[in-house]
Design a protein around this ligand. Structure first.
Ligand code: SF4
Ligand code: SF4
Length: 151
């Protein structure tokens, strides 16, 4: 998910789709490649053989489940171009009100729909929305906040 305008990557909630882990194409290519190779090599059977000498291999099924769960996270397109969550109350609400995003909404600061995102992304949600409101959807990127607490 690398080509497109700043607007294309600006989600209704004020997040930048390019910064989202589910948008990292290379990550999902590697997950698919690893899953394929693990199956081809019968790594599950190999882990079973290894388990008596190293109990960590007994967790192989958890590793497989984790790969499969991670694979489901992939988001092939930005939220604005048909990607994002299948159902999103924020996106539906903004579109229903005829907004390009929540930054156009007078209820933005008190909006309960944005609360789960604030819990996950912290102040970035409000700071991004303020930045888009101030600079416009095409030019807000230099003021973008950290997408995740660790980034
Ligand atoms: S699906 Fe909803 S929460 Fe996710 S990026 Fe789009 S507007 Fe934001
Ligand atoms: S009420 Fe306003 S801020 Fe809340 S989701 Fe709808 S458009 Fe966004």
């Amino acid at each position: 998910m690398n080509e497109g305008s700043q607007k294309d990557f600006t989600a209704y909630c004020g997040l930048c789709c390019q910064d989202c882990i589910p948008s990292k194409k290379r990550l999902f290519e590697l997950i698919r490649e690893l899953s394929f190779l693990a199956s081809e090599l019968h790594l599950d059977s190999y882990a079973e053989l290894k388990t008596p000498n190293n109990p960590i291999f007994a967790n192989y099924a958890i590793f497989e489940s984790m790969l499969s769960e991670l694979a489901w996270l992939e988001c092939a397109a930005p939220c604005r171009l048909g990607g994002g969550k299948t159902e999103c109350g924020i996106r539906d609400c903004a579109i229903a009100r005829g907004y390009e995003g929540c930054w156009e909404c007078a209820e933005m600061k008190e909006c309960k729909r944005l609360m789960p995102l604030r819990a996950f992304h912290g102040r970035t949600i409000d700071e991004n929305l303020d930045a888009i409101k101030e600079c416009g959807i095409d030019d807000w990127s230099p003021k973008k906040g950290n997408h995740y607490p660790w980034s």
